[in-house]
Design a protein around this ligand. Structure first.
Ligand code: GLU
Length: 466
C-alpha cells in the first residue's frame, strides 16, 4: 500500500513555524517512501477561517517549496459528504440526536462541579426514545463505546492507552447541521486514503475519539505520530513574544527557505549530530523513529548560522531569486548594479541574512546618500592626491579582467605614493561605499563599472575640495 500523508491546517492565521514543521515532516515521510503528500484546508470553522489565511498558507507552502501531490482540498466543499456520513452513523445506531439545551447542559455542569466531579455530558439522550422537546434543533452526538480501551500506537509517543469511560459522546454535528472537526478529519482521512497522520501533539487527546469513529465507519485507522511542541528559548510555549513565528516573517527577516527548512527539520528530529541537510538528504534520512520525544526549543542563533551556511554554499543563482525579492522590497533595482549573484559571492561570509546583505549592497544599486562622518574626520591632507592617483590608475578598463589585477593596481598606487595601503584602502572604500568596511578591494571594485568607480572617486574628491 502506498504511503499517503497530509497537512491539514485550519486557515485561522498565517502559516506558523509549528505548522510548517508538521507540513515538512509529513512531506518528507511521503517523499522518503515514494508516497503522496496531500494538502487539505480545514476551513469549516466559518467564524475563524479567512481567505487571507488560506492564501497565507498556500504562499508559505510555495515559498518553502513543499509541493503537494493532491489538493488543496477544502472542507467547505465537502459538506454534502459529511452530512451523508452523519446520516449513516445515525442510521447504523452509532450516533444520536441530543436535544439538551444550553441551559440544561450548564446546569448539569454546575451540579457536577459542585460534587467535585469532572464536568461532562451525561449521555441523557443516548437511549432516548420519547418525544423530543418542541422547538429544539438537536446536535448529533457520537455513541462512544462505554467500556474497553483505545490503544494508540503512536510513532513518537509509543503506546498510549485511553479508557473509553473517560471519553464522552462527542458532538459530530452542531444544531445547524454543520459537522465538527473530529468528524470531518476522520471522513477526510478515510476518503483521502491517508496512511500516516503526522500532527502536533495537541491533537493526541482527539485521537482515541477519532479511532472510535474509524471503527464505527468500518475503516482501519491510520498510523499516528504526534509531534512534541515547539518552545521558545526560555522553555515556554512558542509565541509571538519570542520573535517571528510566521513563516513569511522569516522571509521578511532575510532567511532563505532552504535554511528555514533545514532549521525546522532539526526542531524535533535528529540524525546523529548532523546539522546541515540538503533536501535530498532530508528525504533519504527522515524517519519517524528519529523524532525527539520531548519539546524542541527554537534557537535563533542556530537559524542565523544555518542561513549563513546556505548563503555561502548554495548556488548563488538560486539564492539570487530570493535576494532580488529583498532588493526590490528595499526599493533597489537589480538592473542598476552588479549581478545579484556577484554580491552574494562577495558578501556571503560577511552577513547572516539577506536583509543584512541588502543593506550592505545598497551602495552598489543606489547612489551614495553621504559619507560616514567619522571616516571623513580621519582623513588628512594627503587624501585628495591619493584619490587623484587612484582615479588615474583605475582608469584602465583592462584591470576589470580580474580582482587580482584590481587589487594589484591599488597596491601599486600606495607604493608609488609611498603611503601605506592602510591609508589607501579606507579612502577607496569611503569613496565607493560611503563607509570603510567591505570585502577585499579587488572584489569591491569589481562590483562597480569602471565609469562608476571614476565617478565616485571624483565625487569624494569634490566633497573634500569644499
Ligand atoms: N486542522 C487541524 C489544526 O490545524 C489539524 C488537524 C489534524 O492534523 O488532524 O490544528
Amino acid at each position: 500500500m502506498s504511503i499517503r500523508t497530509r497537512f491539514a491546517p485550519s486557515p485561522t492565521g498565517y502559516l506558523h513555524i509549528g505548522g510548517a514543521r508538521t507540513a515538512l515532516f509529513s512531506y518528507l515521510f511521503a517523499r522518503r517512501h515514494g508516497g503522496e503528500f496531500v494538502l487539505r484546508v480545514e476551513d469549516t470553522d466559518q467564524a475563524r477561517s479567512t481567505p487571507e489565511s488560506v492564501q497565507a498558507i498556500l504562499d508559505g507552502m510555495q515559498w518553502l517549496n513543499l509541493d503537494y501531490d493532491e489538493g488543496p482540498f477544502y472542507q467547505t466543499e465537502r459538506m454534502d459528504r459529511y452530512r451523508a456520513v452523519i446520516e449513516t452513523l445515525l442510521a447504523t445506531g452509532h450516533a444520536y440526536h441530543c436535544y439538551a439545551s444550553k441551559e440544561e447542559l450548564e446546569a448539569l455542569r454546575a451540579a457536577q462541579e459542585a460534587r467535585g466531579e469532572k464536568p461532562r455530558y451525561d449521555r441523557r439522550y443516548r437511549d432516548f426514545t420519547g418525544t423530543p422537546p418542541a422547538g429544539v434543533s438537536p446536535v448529533v452526538r457520537f455513541k462512544n463505546p462505554l467500556d474497553g480501551e483505545v490503544v494508540v500506537e503512536d510513532g513518537v509517543r509509543g503506546r498510549v492507552v485511553f479508557a473509553n469511560s473517560e471519553l464522552d459522546d462527542l458532538i459530530i454535528a452542531r444544531s445547524d447541521g454543520t459537522p465538527t472537526y473530529n468528524l470531518t478529519v476522520v471522513v477526510d482521512d478515510i476518503d483521502m486514503r491517508i496512511t500516516h497522520v503526522i500532527r502536533g501533539d495537541d491533537h493526541l487527546n482527539n485521537t482515541p475519539r477519532q479511532i472510535n469513529l474509524y471503527h464505527a465507519l468500518g475503516a482501519t485507522p491510520p498510523q499516528f505520530a504526534h509531534l512534541p511542541m515547539i518552545h521558545g528559548p526560555d522553555g515556554a510555549k512558542l509565541s509571538k513574544r519570542h520573535g517571528a513565528v510566521s513563516v513569511m516573517q522569516y522571509r521578511e527577516e532575510g532567511y532563505l527557505p532552504e535554511a528555514l527548512l533545514n532549521y525546522l527539520v532539526r526542531l524535533g528530529w535528529s540524525h546523529g549530530d548532523q546539522e546541515v541537510f540538503t533536501r535530498a538528504e532530508m528525504i533519504a534520512l527522515f524517519d519517524i523513529a528519529g523524532i525527539n520525544h520531548s519539546a524542541a526549543s527554537i534557537n535563533p542563533d542556530k537559524l542565523r548560522w544555518l542561513n549563513q551556511q546556505y548563503l555561502k554554499t548554495q548556488d548563488p543563482a538560486k539564492t539570487s531569486v530570493e535576494f532580488s525579492w529583498h532588493l526590490a522590497r528595499a526599493g533597489l533595482s537589480a538592473e542598476s548594479g552588479p549581478a545579484p549573484e556577484a554580491v552574494i559571492r562577495a558578501y556571503a561570509d560577511r552577513v547572516h541574512t539577506l536583509v543584512e546583505m541588502t543593506e550592505a549592497a545598497r551602495p552598489f544599486y543606489a547612489s551614495l546618500s553621504g559619507y560616514d562622518p567619522q571616516a571623513l574626520a580621519k582623513l588628512d591632507e594627503s587624501a585628495p592626491s591619493i584619490l587623484d592617483a587612484l582615479r588615474a590608475a583605475l582608469g584602465d578598463q583592462n584591470l576589470w579582467a580580474s580582482t587580482e589585477a584590481l587589487d594589484q593596481a591599488v597596491k601599486q598606487v600606495a607604493e608609488t605614493l609611498g603611503v601605506k595601503l592602510g591609508k589607501v584602502g579606507p579612502l577607496l572604500r569611503l569613496a565607493l561605499l560611503g563607509h570603510t568596511s567591505s570585502p577585499s578591494l579587488g572584489v569591491t571594485l569589481a562590483l562597480f563599472s569602471p565609469a562608476e568607480v571614476a565617478h565616485r572617486l571624483a565625487a569624494l574628491r569634490a566633497q573634500l575640495a569644499k
